[in-house]
Design a protein around this ligand. Sequence first.
Ligand SMILES: Cc1cc2nc3c(=O)[nH]c(=O)nc-3n(C[C@H](O)[C@H](O)[C@H](O)COP(=O)(O)OP(=O)(O)OC[C@H]3O[C@@H](n4cnc5c(N)ncnc54)[C@H](O)[C@@H]3O)c2cc1C
Length: 460
Amino acid sequence: MSSRETAFDVVVVGAGTAGANAAYQLADRGLSVALVDKRELSKSGAQWFNAILEWQFERAGVESPVPPESSPRVPRSHMISPSGAVVMQITNPPTLSTDMAALGDRLRSNATDRGVRTFDSATGLTPVLDGDRLIAIEFGESERVRLTAPLFVDASGLRGVLRKASPPLRRWCPDISGDELCTASDFHFRIADQTGAQEFLARNGATAGDTVSMLGLSGGFSTCGITVSADLTWVGVLVGCLANGSYGTGPSMLAGVRDREPWIGEVIHGGSGLIPLRRPYPRFTAPGLALVGDAACQVFPAHGSGIGLGLIAGRILADTVTGPRSSSHGDIGDERLLWEYQHRFMTEFGGLLASYESVRRMSTKLGSDGVSALLESGVMNESLTRAGLDQRLSTPDLKDLPIMAGRLARRPSLAIKVLPMLARSRAAAFLGGSHPRELDLDALDRWDRKLTRVLGPLPG
Ligand SMILES: Cc1cc2nc3c(=O)[nH]c(=O)nc-3n(C[C@H](O)[C@H](O)[C@H](O)COP(=O)(O)OP(=O)(O)OC[C@H]3O[C@@H](n4cnc5c(N)ncnc54)[C@H](O)[C@@H]3O)c2cc1C
């Protein structure tokens, strides 16, 4: 079998949103970059509609989506508790529903415009190591292509194809169990019966253009969001629950929605997948290797949103390896330089993500009945919900505290579950951002153990 070898400054594996933006950001700063995916480029990454946040695009150095890449803004989101009560209405929610195929194409075009060389349909990828350090990848069936670089970026999603091959990361990046994975489906359908759609909206106090979000139907951590288009021609359905086998799957939840709502017609497009729901791995860099996106678990754990954080990671990585400290290392794959990328990401987002991991655990522990009680008690109010949607730390207004305390005092069985988790969430917010500054695996281990203790046992 013949083979050809090409050398780059950086090889990025995975041309989804995280990989495409990392490739663009690195090339934009003058590095020679290869972007590799096992699929055709137009089919790389998410292929459904995702909710994104404009502040995250700005932070990532990427233009925010505009129509037709994004859908018209949803004027209102109606939160429904598991018992069917409408508990809250969020006006102008901060999320923007975006066509991921179109966004992915734009990000990959940004990259190729900056000279990134793409390799798609790259099947049979094999990492090549020299001791602990990744030095090349090989792929291809009839002809093997070999790419070498001082820095590899694993953007291959949950699969983590380079992460799994890296001996230094094995200990820090364990496989994720179903208790920390979300099984999700997101589809757009035609509306077969507009009267049925209007009846559904009226039942939930909504009008065309709104989202109806049913929370906690399939276990405490679960969602079913139904967005009916303003012109009553299509409906978007997003469903997700914990993937430990106790609550069904994204596709089974979707089938349930279609049974209950016969006005939903044929599929336009969509997809299903698994999303990591844990805070980022404590270590997501190794000699010659940095992880971005789902491969590093850079996902908002309370609802499994990974687009924005994956994009931001690419920018932080590019800023770090081309920043002032890079020349003193002389090697852009130097472990200490990559540690700085990891440290910068964790200083900015580690507290937020650890804190919301605690919130996600709380929802699982509460179960459907507990989520009903929490939502109907008013303790989970609009400002806390909006902060969660906007992926920001939520601090209840001082004026709301006595009201919330009064509501919890009247529901001791709820308070007993919620108060310890709120305390854990606060402590995790504080501790999660204090990731060790310098490369020191003992300090990393101590920090990770402390955070694991603060978060407590994993509810299943
Ligand atoms: C149904 C659903 C709904 C979601 N909704 C939202 C949402 O509303 N908002 C949000 O922010 N997030 C959402 N997410 C999560 C979001 O889609 C992911 O966090 C995001 O797509 C991760 O991007 P990524 O680039 O890290 O990985 P991916 O999108 O998984 O891309 C990884 C790429 O790596 C390639 N690859 C894998 N293995 C190899 C290999 N061996 N060799 C070469 N290439 C390889 C794959 O082909 C793929 O193109 C949702 C997820 C699902 C499943």
